[in-house]
Every structure is written in C-alpha cells, then in structure tokens.
Design a protein. Sequence first.
Length: 561
Amino acid sequence: MVLQNSTLTAMSILTIFLILSQVCSFYSVQALSLARDTIDRSSTIERLDFSQSAHTLDSASSFQVEFEVPYERQRITLNLQPSRNVVSRLTTVQHINSTDNHDFVTDIQSQHPLLYKGVAFVNDIDKQAQRRVGWARVMVRYRQGRHVIEGTFTNDGTYHHISLDSNYVQARQIQDGQLRKRSERMVVWKRTRDEGDGTLSQRSSSDEPTCQAHRYNDRRRQTSGEQDTHHPLLARQDVNDWFDPRDVIGSTDGCPNSRRVALIGIAADCSYTAEFDNMQDARDNIISQVNIASQVYEDTFNIALAIQNLTISDSSCPSDAPRSMPWNLPCTANVDINDRLNLFTQWRGRLRDDNAVWSLFSACRSGSTVGIAWIGSLCNRSRGSSWGRGGTASANVVVRTASEWQVFAHELAHNLGASHDCTSGDCGTSGYSPSDDCCPRSETTCDARNQYIMNPQSSPGLEEFSPCTIGTICTGIGEEHVDTSCLVSEDEVPDINDSQCGNGIVEPGESCDCGGEDRCPADSCCNPSTCQLRSGADLPRKHSLLRSRRDMRRKFKSMPR
C-alpha cells in the first residue's frame, strides 16, 4: 500500500507516512482506528435486584442481578460467576505522580473491583420464563452508599453498556438529549449498527533492509520535530504475504486447544486519568475494559486476557515529558498518535517482563484517530526480537471513547496478526485479490459488509471477529508467523481468590493467618504452616491480621528507572 501524507478533513480519510522497522529481517504494520462516537438510546437503571445481599458479594461469588431497560421495555437478568483471569495475584499497580516519581506500587489483591462474567436473559413475565439473549461482563463496586454494576451485555446481537453517569458523560462525544446532569446514576445505553463512526486505515513497512533502517530513522526525526523531506514509496509486505486469507477462512487450526493466557501491560497517561474523578476510577475502568474484551478472545481464540502490570499516571500532566516515561504528554503537545506509539514502543522495548503486549490508554486524539498498533508483533519485547525475525516491540495505543473495549480488542487483534476486513472500497470490479491487503468475507465474496470487529470503519454492534480474521490469526499462530511463546497456561496465573497461607489475610479454607513463621508469635494459637488453629485453641484477634498497605507492596521489576 502506497500512502502519502495529507491533511485530515471532515470529508477525507486520514493518510499517513509509511514507517519502517529498524530491524532488517522482519516487517511490522501499524493500524489506526478512526471513529466518531454516536450514542443512540439511553436510560437510567433505577434499581438492581440481587439474588443475594450485595454486601455479601466477593470475588468468588456466583449470583443473579435483575434490572429494567426502559428503552427496550424489558427486564434483564444477568446470571454471573467470577471472571478469574483478568486480575490475579500477579497483577501489580503502579501510581506515577506529576513529578515522575514512582508514588507507590501495590498488589491489586488488597483492593480490587469485583469482576464477573456470565449470561444475559430477557424475562418473559407473561410466560413466566426467561430467554437467553447473550453474554455479560460486569464489575460490581460500592459507590455513594449502594452497589452499582458497570460493563456490557449483549441482547440478540446488540451491545448494551452500563456505566455510571459520570463516566458516561465523559466518554460520549455528542449529547443524546436525555441525560443532562452528571451524577452517580447507572446509565444503560446502546448504539445502532446502521451509523458509521469513521474509518480505520493501516500502514506497513517494507522488508527491504536498507530502507527499513532509513525509514525508522526518518520517523525518529519526525518524533524529534525534524521535517521529513520525502515520502516513502516502497513495495508493501503485509499479513497477506504469509498466505492467501481465502484459503484459511473460518479455520481454527493453530489456535490453542487448551486455554492460554496473554499477560498484558497497560499504561494510562495523564490525559486519560484526568477523565476520571480519581486514579482508582481510572484503574477500575481499564480493568473493566479488559474484562469485556477478554470475553471475545476466550470465545474466539481460546486466549484469555490478564493484566500483569498497570501503570496509572497522575491527572496533572507534566510540562515536559520525563525521560523515563516519554509517552506521558498532554494533548497540547506537538505529537500525534503515531508519535505516541513510537515513544511508547521505545519505552516498552526497555522493560524486562514477559507481557504479550503493552497498551497505552490515552484521551488524546489525532483528529478522529482512536487507536494504532503494530501488526504481528505479539510477544516481541524490543525492536530486536529473539523470535528470529526481528520486528518491533509489541505495543498499541487506545484512545478513550464510548467504545473503548472494542477499540482495544481491535488493536490487540492487529498485534496478533490480523488485518482489516475488506470493504466495498477495497474490492475491485473483479472481486478480491491478495494485493487488496484486507480480509474477504468468503472465498467468493470480497466485501465483509461492515459486520465484524476488524471492520476498518468503527461501527456500533460489531461483536465478533470475521471468519477470515479467525482463520488468519489461528493460521498465523499455527505456522509460527506470530510469536506466541509468551502465552501462559491458566495454572501460571494464580487466581486472586486462591488462599495463600502466610500472607496475613484469613481467606477461604483458613481458620487463621498470622503472617507466616517469621511473623507468628511463639505462643501463637495459629499454626503458621497450615493456617489452622492449633488443637484446643481459640483465635485471638491479634493473630488474624490483615496486611498493611506497605506489606502488600512489592517491587515493580519491569519499570525502567
């Protein structure tokens, strides 16, 4: 694909420079998501009916919750169970203040949102029956004296989102005329399929060795403010060079037979945190987005998403980006989303971790651009990957919108090797050709009709990957075009609900926990090895200790100093 630099107008598609990797033996592709949010219908949820007392809920609970959706004139029941992988005992959260100091690092176990997944039903009151209509991913939080839910459920193929009004107002771009006052009410809302939101485009880097290093240096000059004096007009190499996508449509050969987990690193810049009332709300929103996106990845590729590292910047943006975090820039800085990706990619390349990908969450748009990613870069930790084909560090940028989790899912699929679905504009009069650089609907039909997550135009109601995307990702994994060596088994992601004797917290299956042999008093009635009471002992309160915040901290080894 030959791309030239142009000015984005309301009636034109953003074109971008061709960017090349510094490593000569591999290519990477960046994809941009362009969108304008349009919210269709919304109502407040006046009441939640839990099947058990909401005060008794914990991260191991299974329960039902019912509520009315006024604009549908329906009563919805969500049958929920724990969503176990998204946050785990591995998850660490780091807070960064405006002076670039690492404020503190915590394990999320001591304080985390309650995450659930399950099935959505519509209640038929007349027939006293329920009809299954889709899936659900929600989190439960306690706000202003009551329990609230936030997340997404599907109802006969339509996404319905639940947000606090404060979050809803910030995320939407246009007023729907119904909700005026910002509050902590729960808002349920949906978007319709027939309104497009913009366009997604992608750019690729040639595998020509001399030009790759040259173009990467050109991009570095752009990032530093120097003028690029020429446009690269080089031969394209893309995902379609691996195989003809038509040959693998719908094939799941190559995808894991048993559940694998992709460990994710996420950083939120100052502009993103400023969208929320506090850091905890920003943190919980990110966790919720990953929880929702994981549903689609588990169902489609048998790959769950788990947050291993989460870095939250202070809402006060620094005047100059710190050297240790060059991506933490205000929206007023003279950088576009391409520059942010390059800065973030370079930073990610210095980290010492085993994450499959790092995502930068931001509120800074470049025109209508809301996402960008390196294609086929999964598990790459630096520009010189040990996988043997070089490439660039696995990274993407996601801009905050009302469809945040869908943009995240879209960009992550690019990291896994997916290209965009074909549109009518991609397809010539003779039908599909591999040179079209897109994924066709079928072996005989080019246009995918704007129905799937990898549609280059972000639209409402895109809830699944196309058969072509499924075949492309699974085949790419099976034929080792994409590195998946960093994916782990579920056993390697310790459940946050699992008891851990010796951590000072009395958990399910334990009678006591005095903090391990080093902390237990000599006369303790709690056995520090088994976390059970010694024979004939009553448990004094002092031997059931909850760790202090300082005790819950652990070193954040992956952060460059």
